[in-house]
Structure formats: C-alpha cells, structure tokens
Ligand binder design. Structure first.
Ligand SMILES: NC(=O)c1ccc[n+]([C@@H]2O[C@H](COP(=O)([O-])OP(=O)(O)OC[C@H]3O[C@@H](n4cnc5c(N)ncnc54)[C@H](O)[C@@H]3O)[C@@H](O)[C@H]2O)c1
Length: 351
C-alpha cells in the first residue's frame, strides 16, 4: 500500500517519515514536498535510499503536478502535512498561506477524490492546528466541538482547509480524518519557531527575544508523540472524525525560555542566570492569542493514544540534538533565513 505524505521534508513530516519508513516496511511512502525555505531534504538522508521511500519534488499549488503524482504512485492513504506554518510570516506576507494551505489542500482533496477515495482502506488524513479555535481565557480547554475563531492569516488558512476537508467528506463521501494538535517541539524544527530559535540564540549567547511580557500560554507536545497520534488515528480512528491532540503541558512562553536557559546551561557547563539575563521583551505579535489548551480525551479514549515524552526529557533531547547537529543548522542558516530574522526582529527590541 502507498502512503503519500505531503510536507515530508518539514519538521513534523521528516520526523514522521524517519520513524514510519523503518517501522512500517510493508508500506511505501511517497514524500511530496516543494522544498520551500522550511523543507530540508538533509533531514531525510537516513532514509533517502530506503526501498520503501520515494521523493517527489512537487508544489501542491500546481494542480496538474499533483494529479500526475497520484497517477504515478496510486496512493491509498494521504497524510497531509504540507503547509506554510509560521504565524509571523503569515502576518508579514499572507499570500503563500492562502495558496498552499487552502488551494493546495483543495488540489490534494480533488486528486484523492478522483484517484483514491473508492479504494479499500482509503484515507485522507489532514494534519491541522489548535490555533483554528482562537484564544482561550485563563480557564477552559479546546474540544473538538469548540467553534472556530482563528486570529492570524495562518490559523484562518488552516481553518479554511479543515472546512474543505469536512466538506469533501460530507458532500462527496471522501474518507477523511483530521487532527488538531498543539505546539510541537523536537529535533529538526526550523529555527524560526520559539524553542529552536531560543536554543540557538542561548548557545550563541545572543539576546533572547520574547514577545510582550512572555505570559502567552501554549500546550507543548513532543513531535514523536504527535507522529504516534497520527498513526493512532490512521489505525484506530473513525472515518469522518476529528481528534484534538495535546500534551497536557501548559507553559507560558517565559517558562519555556527559562527552562531552555537551564537545559542549555546544564548541557554546556554555563551559568543559567547569565543566560536568563539575555531575555529581552520585544513588541508583541499583533493578534497574539493569549492561551491555547487542549482536551485530548477523545483520542485517548477512542484511539488509545497518550503522550509519552515529558517536557523536561523532551527538551533535554531537543537541546542535545541541536548541539550534535551543527551541519544541519549551518545548512538551514542560508542567506534567506538570516534576511528573515534580521527583517523580523531588528528594531523590535523595546529594551
Ligand atoms: N509545528 C507545530 O507546532 C504544528 C502544530 C500543529 C499542527 N501543525 C501542522 O503540521 C503541519 C506540518 O508542520 P511543520 O511544523 O512540520 O511545518 P514546516 O514549516 O516545518 O514544514 C512544512 C513543509 O511543507 C512543505 N511545503 C510548504 N509549501 C508547500 C507546497 N506548496 N507544496 C508542497 N510542499 C510544501 C515545506 O517545504 C516543508 O517541508 C502543518 O500543516 C502545520 O499546520 C504544526
């Protein structure tokens, strides 16, 4: 059986493929990725020559190219991870988010409907985010029936893609499942996101830019636990259903940065207080949601999934991974990456 994974060169996709290609040799995995700034084929070197792995350099905004990939590989299952995924980029430049997250998802759904939907075991699994639900106050949890209320162009584009997936299920009978997951962290995450950004800045002893007062709360889940949640839904989830995925690990951004300082200090024999002094509070992100928190009881109950990596252990593993993989870091630190960071953070320091 062929499993077509979109966005397999990105953070979650590469971790998903590295685990799955080895653990499921009976399945053939086709990675469809446009290799945007966030796609890093170097992450996949360990499986590049595996007999059950193929790579297709295809942009999902190109409808004809998507159809050709379906004709060529005849997939039964799609795991759709390809997306523009960074909220700050969606504020600076939303167009690509509309094209990839909405139009790209639509092209995949149409190709799947035409080629795969009638096959035995067919499934279109859409990977989405808890950000579609908007912001919580100090209490409460996002449930699968929480109304959508996205705040950023990123979350609005993901919300639109979720609606398209459900519409294809209801209107055309396409067998779909959706997971809405909280913030992931772990190895191979592009260093524009909070945890790798802070780890690399702490290692370089550079200022650690925290938005606003650092009080925004996120739920954190190790990427390996997210990958297992996707398999739990593919193996045991009910067609047509949505499952929220979270780590029962709510932390303020400032807590996260403090813990990063502690782990980096412990792993590199530095002084944690000196690293904490590098924290600088910068002008807040517009429309910054205060708090996300997930009720994951449905996936736990129906699919037998629970997170297994504690934040303390996961963060230690993540810091070690960045310490042990300087070549990976050097490769993603391209001119484009440096331009983005300079453009985005320079001049925003309030202190
Ligand atoms: N990272 C998180 O914390 C998180 C949490 C919940 C949900 N998600 C969702 O999981 C998915 C993967 O997230 P990620 O963090 O791995 O993202 P990422 O930005 O690290 O990777 C995205 C991948 O998609 C590819 N891609 C982008 N546009 C494409 C296009 N037009 N055609 C083909 N490929 C394209 C990129 O090259 C890259 O390999 C996304 O749908 C995201 O919304 C992420």
């Amino acid at each position: 059986m062929v499993v077509l994974v979109t966005g397999g060169a990105g953070f979650i996709g590469s971790n998903f493929l590295l685990r799955s290609v080895v653990a499921r040799p009976d399945l053939t995995f086709v990675n469809v990725d446009a290799l945007t700034y966030a796609g890093n084929p170097y992450s996949l070197e360990a499986i590049a020559e595996a007999p059950n792995y193929r790579f297709e350099h295809v942009d999902i905004t190109d409808r004809a190219a998507v159809d050709q990939v379906f004709d060529k590989h005849d997939p039964t299952v799609v795991v759709h991870l390809a997306a523009e995924s960074h909220v700050d980029r969606s504020i600076a430049s939303p167009d690509a988010f509309i094209r990839t997250n909405i139009n790209g998802t639509f092209h995949l759904l149409e190709a799947f409907r035409g080629h795969s939907a009638g096959k035995e075991g067919a499934r279109f699994h859409h990977v989405s985010t808890d950000e579609v639900y908007g912001s919580l106050g100090p209490t409460g949890l996002f449930r699968e029936d929480t109304p959508y209320d996205p705040s950023s162009p990123y979350s609005a584009s993901k919300a639109a893609s979720d609606h398209l997936v459900r519409a294809h299920a209801r209107t055309f009978g396409v067998p779909v499942t959706i997971t809405n997951c909280s913030n992931n962290y772990g190895a191979r995450q592009f260093p524009e996101k909070l945890i790798p950004l802070m780890v690399l800045k702490a290692l370089a002893e550079e200022p650690l830019p925290v938005y606003g007062t650092g009080e925004n709360v996120r739920d954190w889940l190790h990427v390996d636990d997210h990958c297992e949640a996707i398999w739990a839904v593919l193996d045991r989830g009910k067609v047509g259903e949505t499952y929220n995925v979270g780590g029962r690990c709510e932390l303020t951004n400032l807590d996260v940065v403090h813990q990063i300082c502690d782990v980096v200090a412990a792993e590199t024999q530095r002084d944690s207080d000196a690293l904490r002094k590098l924290i600088t509070f910068v002008r807040d992100r517009p429309g910054h949601d205060l708090r996300y928190a997930i009720d994951a009881s449905k996936i736990e109950r129906e699919c037998g999934w629970t997170p297994s990596v504690s934040f303390t252990e996961g963060l230690r593993q993540t810091v070690r991974w960045y310490l042990e993989n300087p070549e990976w870091i050097a490769r993603v630190r391209s001119g484009e990456y440096r331009r983005w960071l300079a453009e985005h953070y320079d001049g925003r320091h309030s202190a």
